[in-house]
Design a binder for this molecule. Structure first.
Ligand SMILES: [Zn+2]
Length: 119
C-alpha cells in the first residue's frame, strides 16, 4: 500500500521547524522521527520530499539516517553507469553494481590574466 500523503505532512512540519529557527539537532531529531513514523503509516514517496530540503543539511541528515540521500547521479564518461553515492561525495564514483570510476575535478575558472589551459 502506497501513501503519498506523508509528503504534505512532512513538509508542513519541516518548514515550520525552519521558520521557527529550530537548531540543527532539533531539526534532525524531529524530522528523523517523523520520517520513521510516516513510513510506518505507509509513506512510500519519501524521496519526493528529499529534494525540497536539499538546502538544509540538518534535514538532509534526518533523511540520511533513514536511508534516503540525494544521489550524485554523475555518469561514467563512456559507459551507461550512474553514480549512486550521495551528492558532493569526494571519493570515486560508484554505481549500484559496485563499479567505480574516478571523479574528474573541474578546474576553477582561470584568472583573467592566465591563458586558458594554464595550470
Ligand atoms: Zn558520484
Amino acid at each position: 500500500m502506497g501513501w503519498a500523503g506523508g509528503n504534505a505532512a512532512f513538509e508542513r512540519v519541516a518548514r515550520r521547524l525552519i521558520e521557527l529557527g529550530a537548531d540543527d539537532t532539533t531539526k534532525t531529531e524531529v524530522c528523523s522521527e517523523l520520517i520513521d513514523g510516516l513510513q510506518d503509516c505507509g509513506w512510500d514517496t519519501v524521496d519526493e520530499s528529499l529534494g525540497e530540503f536539499a538546502g538544509d543539511s540538518a534535514i538532509l541528515a534526518a533523511f540520511r539516517r533513514r536511508g534516503f540521500i540525494i544521489v550524485c547521479g554523475d555518469e561514467h564518461p563512456t559507459k551507461p553507469w550512474a553514480c549512486e553515492k550521495e551528492k558532493h561525495h569526494t571519493d570515486d564514483h560508484k554505481d549500484d553494481q559496485g563499479r567505480t570510476w574516478p571523479r574528474v575535478t573541474r578546474p576553477i575558472a582561470p584568472d583573467s590574466d592566465s591563458p586558458p589551459g594554464a595550470a
